[in-house]
Design a protein around this ligand. Structure first.
Ligand SMILES: [Cu+2]
Length: 114
């Protein structure tokens, strides 16, 4: 029984550490940025980022529709959106431009990673 509890404790600790490394693999303070997304696009639509530093992107969707219900970040992922506040987290691993767009590729913007 004691051995089982020890095993469970180890699993719990490993589980926690795994979560930490998934959202923040570098251990650096995240860089927090904010944009609004409406029918005319993203504001701002060009955002500077630092490489290898976790990003917390606060994306505020003004009104939800077929255009604003998803954001796709090139080479990083697709994120379903809801009206109002959304939090998107990722870590850019190389320098250069990363484009992002709505689900229909009409509204566009870019991150410039240094
Ligand atoms: Cu669209």
């Amino acid at each position: 029984m004691k051995r089982l509890l020890t095993l469970l404790a180890i699993l719990a600790i490993c589980g926690c550490m795994e979560n930490v490394s998934l959202t923040n693999p570098t251990g650096k303070e995240p860089q927090t940025i904010s944009s609004e997304m409406g029918i005319y696009g993203f504001t701002p639509n060009s955002i500077q980022l630092q490489r290898d530093t976790p990003v917390v992107w606060k994306l505020y969707v003004l009104s939800l529709n077929a255009c604003t219900n998803k954001v796709i970040i090139e080479g990083i992922g697709e994120y379903p959106l809801k009206e109002g506040d959304n939090i998107i987290e990722f870590t850019p691993s190389k320098t250069g431009e990363i484009s992002f767009n709505c689900g229909m590729n009409m509204l566009r913007g870019k991150f410039v990673v240094q």
